[in-house]
Design a protein around this ligand. Structure first.
Ligand SMILES: [Mg+2]
Length: 174
């Protein structure tokens, strides 16, 4: 019984192939007013210094649909601050996910409640766990790039493969 509820903590509410595949108008129609977005491998390829045209287009569509946006990353560097600035999206600071402190800061910036906020991220153990702990509408997307932080690759993704199988969700491509 306990094992089942622990597993539910990492279960995304929705799985999508990519951020760009999410329809901002549909999210808005579901009552979502704000979206917390993970940066690396969700909005941009891991380590990328420039947002792609696809990322810019989605951000534009989201704004047109009336969604408020905030970024929360476990990789706070000059690069991520520059990226956030280039996209005009506030970067919420806090402890590393799965801590909820960054997400709570993001909600304060967007002035949204957990029930009207979605979280989009590419990792179960950081993004989805943090979002579920706070009661957000969690959306798991496939990582943009196969390259990522070595610890993520070696440890988190190994555990994630097991969890995805237990959740009966399709595996992350390797
Ligand atoms: Mg990520």
């Amino acid at each position: 019984m306990a094992a089942v509820s622990v597993l539910e903590l990492v279960r995304p509410r929705l799985v999508a192939p990519a951020l760009a595949a999410l329809d901002p108008g549909l999210l808005r129609a579901q009552g979502i007013r704000g979206v917390v977005i993970d940066l690396d491998n969700t909005l941009v390829a891991y380590g990328s210094a420039d947002p792609s045209e696809e990322a810019r287009r989605w951000v534009r569509r989201a704004r047109e649909a009336g969604l408020r946006l905030a970024l929360v990353t476990n990789n706070r560097t000059r690069r991520t601050r520059t990226l956030a600035g280039a996209l005009g999206i506030p970067l919420a600071s806090g402890w590393m996910k799965p801590s909820t402190s960054g997400l709570r800061r993001a909600l304060a910036m967007m002035t949204t409640t957990p029930a009207e906020t979605a979280l989009v991220g590419d990792q179960l153990l950081t993004d989805i766990l943090a979002g579920n702990r706070l009661g957000l509408y969690t959306i798991l997307v496939r990582p943009i790039d196969r390259r990522e932080f070595p610890t993520t690759r070696l440890i988190n993704r190994t555990i994630e493969r097991v969890l995805l199988r237990l959740l009966r969700l399709p595996p992350t491509p390797t």
